[in-house]
Design a protein around this ligand. Structure first.
Ligand SMILES: Cc1cc2nc3c(=O)[nH]c(=O)nc-3n(C[C@H](O)[C@H](O)[C@H](O)COP(=O)(O)O)c2cc1C
Length: 420
């Protein structure tokens, strides 16, 4: 018999750590590297439920500079021509974390909607949650262009944006004005020229806390000098203590503040993973995102852009991100929810992250290559993989590869056809 995630977590974990909390923001909304054969059950295909199939748009978007293409995509979303997903998600995909009801575990990672302009449009595409940001307290332009590169042959992206941000004021105003439901996280960073980094995070968290469903301190972007140093044991411990205190002061309901997560990178050493795990288990942070882009350049990259400076994301990041996720799940002993991020491009990729220890999964770079209909394809295939392995819901599959040992592979995944 498979032991439920909740049962395993309850061993030694504070009783209410994962229990739903009642909060005004809580609402139910409308979804280790795998064997190659498991890559996905079927390729993302244009859905006739979306108004403009991405396969028609992609050749145009991919001929223009990536940053302009991104702006064009944001414009298309605002005009409503990217369409919307219809119909409820498979009930198997529903999950509850921190008292928030997720219709599905597939989220949009930070960086796509840095200024909180299109989170409602992205929710309408079928994401179970959307993370806006990273936002910095004051507006700043980021690094000089070009600073975004498509590595098409590798299914990857390199960016060195350096927290281009229009600042907190507009970001908060747009979050405050949101009309619809859905789960929206706010990811905060620091201005490049701020010396007391924690002060920026405190300012950001206090500003977004009343309007976001969850909060993220991004301490892992490789494009802001010194930022990743905040992942060191002493630094992250001091930072999180200040930020948690700021959250307590600014939460509309102090008994039920929005969950606070730290986003870490995939380039951590095992010792750093262990340190961070100990800190987060001890300090009251609610979750982790593992992780950000990598400064490494895995062998085998073919694109002429592979030596560009910045953070690499997309397909080549998957093994590194999954190894880091699995290590973090082991060191945190499954006691704190982890959002798995990095390299997901199929339902099988998402499933592998869940089996490695992710309670939720985020996607960004694969959207560049597969378009918005990827969300529906990931959810469809994930639901099939869960069903084929006899899981009634996502929570039952979280961390099973860790619990069963590294040799365990998913029967459904092993039998699936690769397609990427
Ligand atoms: C163009 C770009 C900009 C990004 N900006 C941010 C950011 O502002 N804050 C952040 O936490 N992560 C940012 N990220 C990292 C993503 O959220 C994600 O962690 C990473 O890309 C790995 O996921 P993926 O392989 O699915 O893209 C950015 C990624 C890309 C590609």
């Amino acid at each position: 018999m498979r032991e439920s995630y909740q049962n395993r977590l309850n061993e030694g974990a504070p009783r209410d750590e994962f229990q739903p909390r009642s909060t005004p923001r809580a609402r139910i909304v409308s979804s280790i590297e795998c064997p190659p054969a498991a890559r996905a059950l079927s390729p993302p295909r244009a859905s006739n439920r979306l108004m403009l199939p991405y396969r028609l748009l992609a050749p145009v978007l991919h001929r223009i500079d990536p940053e302009r293409a991104h702006r064009a995509a944001l414009g298309a979303l605002k005009l409503g021509i990217a369409g919307r997903a219809r119909g409820p998600d498979d009930p198997r995909l529903a999950c509850t974390l921190w008292g928030l009801g997720f219709a599905n575990p597939i989220g949009l990672a930070a960086g796509f909607d840095k200024d909180a302009e299109v989170f409602e449009h992205m929710l309408a595409l079928g994401f179970g949650f959307v993370e806006a940001g990273s936002v910095t307290p004051r507006p700043q332009p980021g690094n000089p262009r070009p600073r975004l590169f498509r590595l098409t042959e590798d299914g990857a992206v390199i960016n060195r944006f350096g927290f281009n941000s229009r600042g907190l004021d507009g970001f908060v105003a747009r979050l405050r004005a949101r009309a619809g439901g859905g789960i929206v996280g706010a990811n905060v960073g620091k201005n490049k020229d701020t010396e007391d980094a924690a002060a920026d995070y405190v300012q950001g968290i206090m500003a977004v806390c009343p309007y976001a469903d969850y909060l993220v301190c991004n301490v892992s972007s490789p494009n802001t000098p010194g930022l990743r140093g905040l992942q060191a044991r002493g630094a992250i411990s001091a930072l999180l203590a200040r930020v948690l205190e700021a959250r307590a002061r600014s939460a509309p309901d102090p008994d039920h503040p929005p969950p606070l997560l730290a986003k870490v990178g995939p380039d951590l050493t095992e010792e750093q993973v262990c340190d961070i795990a100990e800190v987060v288990l001890g300090c009251g942070v609610d979750g982790l995102i593992v992780g950000n882009t990598t400064v490494s350049r895995p062998s085998g990259l073919r694109s002429r852009h592979r030596e560009e400076a910045g953070g690499l994301s997309g397909r080549p990041l998957l093994p590194l991100a999954n190894a880091c996720l699995a290590a973090m799940y082991r060191y945190t002993r499954g006691r704190i929810p982890i959002i798995g991020c990095g390299g997901v491009a199929s339902g099988a990729d998402a499933y592998a992250k869940i089996r490695a220890g992710a309670s939720l999964v985020q996607v960004y770079s694969a959207l560049v290559f597969h378009g918005p209909q990827l969300v529906q394809a990931i959810k469809r295939d994930l639901a099939r993989l869960l069903a084929a392995d006899g899981f009634e819901n996502v929570a039952q599959a979280v961390g099973v590869d860790q619990a069963l040992g590294a040799a365990s592979t998913s029967p459904a995944a092993t039998g699936a056809q690769g397609d990427r």
